[in-house]
Ligand binder design. Structure first.
Ligand code: NAD
Ligand code: 572
Ligand code: ZN
Length: 349
């Protein structure tokens, strides 16, 4: 089999195939990338296991992968910002650039967003891939392409911490110590948070959170959100001003509201059921703001500066590495809940 452009394609629920595709040519304003590192996200696994997330249904074969970095291998017409050989992180969502959201700078809310590995848009888990050059961020020599791939989840943390208003001295609660909870932990600390409490059901994940700087790793031992909120208050000696909910589990969202200080903010990052019963009057009368986030906007430059300056170290998040040919092993590892971030090396071995 000639290896032109080995690509990981989700055909339908439960059916990922590695296939040879043509190497794509860059159009005007685009670059062709020789892919280096692609991290597996929970959403890739969810599409594989369920064939859909909400209204986003896999109706046609779709290339997986959106946490990615590569090396520029060809320039499309008019591209002057990059050159062949540049190592870049790929911001996976390209908006229309023309609508009112885009023009106001909130391009993550664009209704015509084309986001890698969100149906029907192909992702970049392949040897070669093309992307718009202005959504590729050149990495300094001392930043690896693995770190470049991790700019994607880190940008979720940057956006969530911005939306929560985390600042110097903040006391912060993070619910859920998965990859997204952990990038929020790193970002909150880098924003100057004085103390961070992070919750999870899983002790291994809490150990990882402790190693990454959590002041209070707290195991969820009670099904009663008010009781958990009490335990969180005991950790800090008072309620935290900001809570970033990164599990999506309904009891945890309730805990997030009860645990947050009056006048504070709960940021909803985790996506659980579409409708959840919440202590909304408790939030209302204590002026606890509830804010959502949708991915990130204008966060790649910040995330890259955080890594390049050494203020944030994302490397410990990577617990497993596989080659592109081992894609199924990589996906099964994530499915089993082993480790934190599974990275797929896309170069020929
Ligand atoms: P993950 O499943 O790896 O992590 C979630 C963690 O929450 C797990 O460690 C789990 O043990 C823990 N958990 C479950 N129930 C809990 C409870 N009651 N209390 C505390 N912790 C609990 O997922 P992830 O990759 O870290 O992503 C987290 C969430 O963020 C997902 O729902 C994902 O869809 C969402 N997400 C949202 C956006 C956005 O734009 N809003 C972007 C990226 C990810
Ligand atoms: O890295 C981006 C990302 N976004 C996630 C999950 C994982 N990774 N989100 C949760 C699911 N939504 S969605 O609106 N959707 C499938 C488009 O339900 C997007 C944000
Ligand atoms: Zn993702």
């Amino acid at each position: 089999m000639t290896d032109k452009n080995l690509t990981a394609i989700l055909y339908k629920q439960g059916d990922i195939r590695l296939e040879e595709k043509e190497i794509p040519e860059p159009g005007p304003g685009q670059v062709q990338l020789c892919m280096q590192d692609v991290g597996i996200c929970g959403s890739d696994v969810h599409y594989w296991q369920h064939g859909a997330i909400g209204d986003f249904i896999v109706k046609a074969p779709m290339v997986l992968g959106h946490e990615a970095a590569g090396v520029v291998s060809k320039l499309g017409e008019g591209v002057t910002s990059l050159k062949v050989g540049d190592r870049v992180a790929i911001e996976p969502g390209v908006p229309c650039r023309c609508c009112s959201y885009c023009k106001k700078g909130r391009y993550n809310l664009c209704l015509d967003m084309k986001f890698c590995a969100t149906p029907p848009i192909d992702g970049n888990l392949a040897r070669y891939y093309v992307h718009d050059a202005d959504f590729c961020f050149k990495l300094p020599d001392h930043v690896s392409t693995e770190e470049g791939a991790l700019l994607e989840p880190l940008s979720v943390g940057v956006h969530a911490c911005n939306r929560g208003g985390i600042t110097l001295g903040s006391k912060v609660l993070i619910c859920g110590a998965g990859p997204i909870g952990l990038v929020n932990l790193l970002t909150a600390k880098a924003c100057g948070a004085a103390q961070v409490c992070i919750t999870d059901l899983d002790e291994k994940r809490l150990e990882m959170a402790k190693a990454m700087g959590a002041d209070f790793p707290l195991k969820v031992t009670s099904k009663d959100p008010k009781e958990m909120a009490g335990k969180i208050e005991e950790c800090f000696g008072e309620k935290p001003e900001v809570t970033i909910e990164c599990s999506g589990a309904p009891p945890s969202v309730k805990t997030a509201i009860f645990a947050t200080r009056s006048g504070g903010c709960v940021v909803l990052v985790g996506m659980g059921p579409a409708e959840v019963s919440l202590p909304i009057i408790d939030a209302a009368v204590r002026e606890v703001d509830i804010r959502g986030i949708f991915r990130y906007v204008n966060c790649y430059p910040t995330a890259l500066n955080m890594i390049a300056s050494g203020r944030v170290n994302v490397k410990p998040l990577i617990t497993h590495r596989f080659n592109l040919e081992q894609t199924m092993d990589a996906f099964n590892t994530t499915l089993r809940g082993e480790g934190i971030k599974v990275m797929i090396k896309c170069g020929r071995q």
